[in-house]
Design a protein around this ligand. Structure first.
Ligand code: NAP
Length: 258
């Protein structure tokens, strides 16, 4: 895909709030028409109206639970009925949960797996043959900075291991699809100020460690606007001071001579 994105069409999942809403706005600011999905119709419609008014693009809200195959099929069908084609997928809908493994409810595993992994893979599968036919397309998968940690952050091992799987899938897909002119990019955000992190314990007690969505918006704008023959494979946008990323960037670095 080239750098002029005006009039292109993007699906953004989990777009009613948080990172997804910010990324839908970023895409709209580039002149991209949108199909946005989330489960709760009220906030989704409000977001659609807000973005359409602000950026003067067309925004179609489609209530969609990414854990349900029929909802994903309806999302794609609605997008094609309205716009004819889908050029860009921003796969973003996600849920988190924080438990010591032995206390994590059994049903939580299925919810996390269906939302954070299977929903992503299924939606790509539903769109990919059209992108291959068009010899063009861009897929952005919202992974997580926690996948950079080894071992994974305590109390998030099911969430993070599914994101590790998504990251591996995304990288493999990049190689499979590059000869078809399709770009696949993983975004690895650090801890970001959204409702998702607001529900977690001890993560947001020091708010100076939280990122705003702006850095993620900038990363996605970069991924979408690089020249046609360039594809950022992965972009990590992580907080300098998040304890989780300590194995990558030690919070207290000991410099020689100090
Ligand atoms: N915030 C962070 O620190 C952080 C860090 C790394 C990665 N991430 C990833 O970034 C993505 C967005 O996170 P966020 O912080 O923006 O979360 P958020 O503020 O909680 O927003 C989540 C969005 O996803 C939608 N959603 C949730 N479950 C869904 C489902 N089953 N089907 C369709 N839509 C669903 C929500 O709307 P409804 O509830 O109405 O469905 C909402 O629009 C997630 O994949 C998350 O794992 C976040």
């Amino acid at each position: 895909m080239g750098t002029d994105l005006k009039g292109k069409v993007a699906i953004v999942t989990g777009a009613s709030r948080g990172i997804g809403k910010a990324l839908a706005s970023t895409a709209a600011s580039l002149g991209i028409n949108l199909v946005i999905g989330a489960r709760n119709e009220g906030p989704l419609k409000e977001t659609a109206e807000e973005i359409a008014k602000k950026f003067k693009v067309q925004v179609l809200p489609v209530a969609c639970d990414v854990t349900k195959l029929e909802d994903l099929e309806n999302l794609v069908k609605s997008a094609k009925e309205k716009f004819g084609t889908v050029d860009i997928l921003i796969n973003n809908a996600g849920v988190s949960s924080q438990y010591p493994f032995q206390e994590q409810p059994i049903e939580d595993f299925e919810r996390l797996a269906h939302t954070n992994y299977l929903g992503y893979v299924r939606l790509i599968r539903l769109l990919i043959n059209d992108m291959i036919k068009n010899k063009s397309g861009s897929i952005i998968n919202m992974v997580s900075g926690s996948t950079l940690c080894d071992p994974l952050p305590r109390n998030f091992i099911v969430y993070s291991s599914l994101k590790v799987g998504l990251r591996a899938f995304s990288k493999g897909l990049f190689w499979e699809l590059r000869d078809h002119g399709i770009k696949v990019t993983s975004i690895l955000p650090g801890v970001t100020d959204t409702d998702l992190t607001g529900k977690l314990n001890e993560i947001t007690s020091d708010t100076s460690r939280l990122m705003s969505t702006q850095a993620i918006e900038d990363a996605v704008r970069f991924a979408l606007t690089v020249p046609a023959n360039v594809c950022p494979l992965e972009i990590s946008v992580i907080n300098q001071q998040t304890p989780w990323t300590a194995p990558v960037i030690p919070f207290k670095q000991h410099h020689p001579g100090k």
